[in-house]
Design a protein around this ligand. Structure first.
Ligand code: 6MZ
Length: 368
């Protein structure tokens, strides 16, 4: 318990979190009850789906379809964004790179743009601490709560969370839809959008479909991260690595030559331990590639993927890694600190975050 307090109070950086995968179970149940009462779904049929713990990769994507039914209206998108940011802030995540797939839903009068506006509204509504989400709109980057101290990063009072956004392309989409997402990201650069992610069911679609959109994103100065190697598709994995994305997520199913290519490339890897084990992408923690990457100093970042879907938190992921790979507080603190350098945030903020880690480190006595 004492160790869990330590992981929670340590400042941390989250670079791979999907908005709709990070919704609280209590919120999903409340939304499901509501839709049940309106006769849109049958609550008793979905309750156990929400509460189920062990899910295959295929079941995870079925759950996302259900979550999207529950969250698809502007007010709900705003609500879940606010809650997700506040949940990460509560466990001392000092920088959050939150990703989400802009969605069009004509029956709700929702366009990709209005979906993203609802997300931004959620950021504005965060009120348990200050938030900087990179907005250049006067007065919006601060929400008027300055000076309020809500949390302690191992002894240092903290008043702010920095949030930046990545727009995700779902592998089910068309190239035209992906292009729309990239153009939207460019239009929203002043609202804290820093990059593009390619995600979605890895068994669906082909990444090559999206290559023109990803190239365009890069040419226009957006950073790119790809879900790579969640399933063993070596041809795709090689092509993705050849594209040299700024980061990749997962990297679970790389055969020897792709693994060698990754190591040479030095592309930082977003590691999501619980997600990989729960979906059985990796058979058990003791054979997880975290160890090899860590031992060879390959850039890596510990992340959650979907805190709601996998009932985890970033603090839990740090606790799991420390126990499984025999790492102490000092090593884990350094891991969190180096993550700042792999983020897509502007240099000025990265430097502030590094200062924060330095300040916290000075106050620490690492007694493992
Ligand atoms: C691939 C994933 C994922 O975008 O609606 N997503 N894509 N692999 C994973 N590992 C388990 N976890 C989440 O958040 C949910 C969407 O994120 C992607 C899927 O496209 C999912 O529909 P948003 O906020």
């Amino acid at each position: 318990m004492e160790m869990m307090d330590w992981w929670e109070s340590m400042p941390k950086v989250e670079l791979h979190a999907h908005l709709n995968g990070s919704v609280r179970n209590s919120t999903l149940l409340e939304l499901a009850k509501d839709l049940g009462e309106k006769g849109i779904i049958v609550f008793s049929e979905v309750e156990h789906v929400i509460l189920k713990n062990d899910r295959s990769l295929t079941e995870v994507f079925k759950l996302f379809d259900l979550i999207h039914i529950l969250t698809t209206d502007h007010a709900t998108v705003t609500r879940i964004t606010k809650e997700v940011v506040e949940d990460f802030a509560a466990e001392n995540v000092v920088y959050l790179e939150l990703r989400t797939t802009p969605k069009r839903n004509d029956s709700r009068g929702m366009s990709k743009r209005s979906y993203m506006e609802a997300v931004i509204e959620g950021l504005r509504k965060v009120d348990v601490l200050d938030i900087d989400f990179g907005s250049t709109e006067v007065g919006l980057e601060e929400n008027g709560k300055s000076g309020q101290m809500i949390d302690d990063c191992v002894g240092i009072s903290r008043t702010k969370i920095y949030v930046r956004l990545l727009l995700s392309i779902d592998r089910r989409e068309t190239l035209a839809a992906a292009m729309e997402t990239v153009k939207l990201a460019l239009e929203m650069k002043d609202l804290g959008v820093v990059g593009i992610d390619l995600s979605g069911n890895p068994k669906v679609g082909e990444w090559i479909t999206f290559l023109p959109a990803l190239r365009f994103a890069r040419e226009q100065g957006l950073r790119v991260t790809l879900h790579c190697g969640e399933v063993p598709n070596q041809e795709e994995i090689h092509a993705m690595l050849d594209f040299l994305p700024e980061r990749i997520g997962h990297a679970c199913c790389l055969e020897e030559d792709a693994w060698r290519k990754l190591k040479i490339s030095k592309i930082p890897v977003e590691i999501c331990l619980t997600s990989n084990i729960r979906t059985n992408t990796i058979s058990s923690i003791d054979v997880h590639h975290f160890a090899d990457l860590y031992n060879t100093n390959h850039p890596l970042i510990l992340c959650t993927d979907d805190t709601g879907v996998f009932s985890t938190s970033l603090s839990k992921e740090y606790a799991i890694a420390a126990t499984a790979f025999g790492l102490g507080k000092k090593e884990m603190f350094q891991l969190a600190r180096t993550a700042v350098g792999y983020s897509f945030v502007e240099e000025q903020v990265a430097s502030k975050l590094k200062d924060l880690f330095d300040l916290v480190e000075k106050s620490l006595a690492y007694n493992d």
